[in-house]
Design a protein around this ligand. Structure first.
Ligand SMILES: *Cc1c(COP(=O)(O)O)cnc(C)c1O
Length: 220
């Protein structure tokens, strides 16, 4: 897929929001820059965009301090799995972490947040399709994971999902929206290059768009 340019994606997202009767500014476009060459990322920064997504802590550590030195504050969101031994580094670097998915990680982050005196915005990742190989809390575990994160004073802003590859994403987005509503959470991180308009129709507040902006990734 060739990239469409960020402006074109933002225009489509705005149109989808309007069509759903939602405010355009309630949908944040996270430009997923994982594995992309620096010149493509720089071009999107030059256009003025300031919200990006990465799926690996180490890769992000290698590229974002330099871009932030050149461009000032850029919000970078972690959208890939997080190992507990990288939690401190992730909490140092990222403005939001979308992949909190198990009690052990909640406990580690709670301890680190105390120690560091700060914590990024957190999203609980839900494995809406209950796929065995996929990260995310199972739907039936999600309410209690949210409750324990809140009990530990962590700033839980919303839920995140990645629907199964070949499935209709709409029921997964609807399930995530229901779970967020019943837990009083306003953030919904859902929708990628192929389905972000459907996600916005179901209430997405954060869409994670990579290849439609940057072009196809050669690896990763
Ligand atoms: C890579 C990735 C995306 C972006 O995928 P595209 O299909 O390139 O838009 C979104 N979310 C997550 C969790 C990803 O790992």
């Amino acid at each position: 897929m060739k990239g469409m340019s960020l402006e074109a994606i933002a225009a489509r997202a705005a149109q989808a929001a309007t069509k759903a009767g939602r405010a355009v500014q309630d949908v944040t476009v996270i430009a997923v820059s994982k594995v992309q060459p620096d010149d493509r990322v720089r071009a999107v920064l030059d256009s003025g965009h300031r919200t990006f997504g990465e799926n690996k802590v180490q890769e992000a550590q290698g590229k974002w301090p330099g871009f932030r030195a050149d461009f000032g504050h850029v919000a970078v969101h972690l959208i890939g799995p997080l190992q507990t031994n990288k939690a401190r580094a992730a909490m140092d670097l990222f403005d939001a972490i979308h992949t909190v998915d198990r009690p052990k990680l909640v406990h580690t982050m709670a301890r680190l947040a105390q120690d560091m005196g700060r914590c990024p915005d957190l999203f609980i990742q839900v494995n809406t399709g209950a796929e065995p190989q996929k990260a995310g809390a199972l739907p039936e575990e999600t309410d209690s994971l949210i409750a324990s994160a809140r009990a530990a004073d962590l700033p839980v802003r919303g839920l995140m999902c990645i629907p199964p590859v070949d499935a209709d994403p709409a029921p997964h987005f609807a399930m995530l929206a229901d779970m967020a509503a019943r837990n009083g959470l306003s953030g919904l991180s859902m929708g990628m290059s192929d389905d972000f308009e459907v996600a916005i129709a179901h209430g997405a507040t954060h869409i994670r768009v990579g290849s439609a902006i940057f072009g196809a990734r050669t690896t990763g």
